[in-house]
Design a protein around this ligand. Sequence first.
Ligand code: F6P
Length: 373
Amino acid sequence: MLINQDQNNMPKVLVTTGGGDCPGLNAVIRAIVKRAEQTKKWEVYGSMEAFNGVLRSPKEILPLDDEKVAGIHAKGGTILQTTNKGGPFNWPVKKDDGSWTAEDRSDEMIEYLKREGFEVVINIGGDGSQQISYDLHKKGLNVIGVPKTIDNDLASTDYTFGFQTAVDIATDAVDKLVTTAASHHRLMILEVMGRGAGWIALHSAIGGGAEVCLIPEIPYNLDKVLNRLNSRYNAGKGFAIIVIAEGAKPKEGSIMSRESTEVGYRNVRLGGVAYQLSDQLKKAGFENDIREMVLGHLQRGGTPVAYDRVLATQFGVKAMEMAINGEYGRMVSFLDHEITSVSLEQATKGQNLVDPNGFLVQAAKGVGISFGD
Ligand code: F6P
């Protein structure tokens, strides 16, 4: 639907959801709309599939009100849909020879948004999306970022919504794998998401009681993993669980990834390390049965847990209050148990990774989990 072209004096906010979807996105959108309606002043609009709704012709921008967001806090996905392709700085254009190139349409987009009276954009997304927020802000657009990712790898916020839901799903998977592993005396290898961060693996390994946890921040030594497994089997416990993060790598090796063939997709695709590890263990002489399970997008689907709904609601209200107060060029953040904000410049520097010397790793080791280090 096209936005109302009539210019009234109500300030308008545009909401976008970008990157991979994540449980809790709808709770953020609902909170923004509800807080905006309280002002009886601000109007909220949503662009479909991140900024692509603004860039497409015809535009895909819809007004959001109380009715549209009723009850959506409990639903997974995003009513605005999302994408990690396209966007204002890398709009894919097909050339005459059939190949694809990318066009920078940011100036045109900013000009359009200003002309239509959008005071500010609230961009909900992960590291790639917040880089876009920062780049647009530097070009003069008022932007507020809201951090989102199941990976929990964003700098300048202790937690992102969606992470806890993913951890609960992965922990439930460990619980379920334990009963089948025990029945068959098998080693089960569970691969979880997280890109370069081991947060989901570490939390679900502790929560589920795995024997081995392999994460990108601690490259593993295969012999040490093998020793841990053998000592468990020799002790008469004829099964074991390994949780491995998709970005984990052996000490002498690199992260397993492949280029995407999808037009406009700019990330490398991870996935499959569970099978790689299984082969390595068999080659190294592990004689018991092994089964591998790649949990994949199940970790991102379905209903957000209550914790994520609460965090997402706080993020949405905070973002709208920042819009009301004109605090632009900043990202909402959860730091030291406070909902606060940081500059987009700060937010886009570095990553939040597991500290190999931190207490969470120490606690895992304290209950006998091996990292293969
Ligand atoms: O960043 C979130 C995430 O789910 C990662 O954990 C995973 O590697 C990636 O996105 C998968 O992306 P896609 O949905 O594009 O395959």
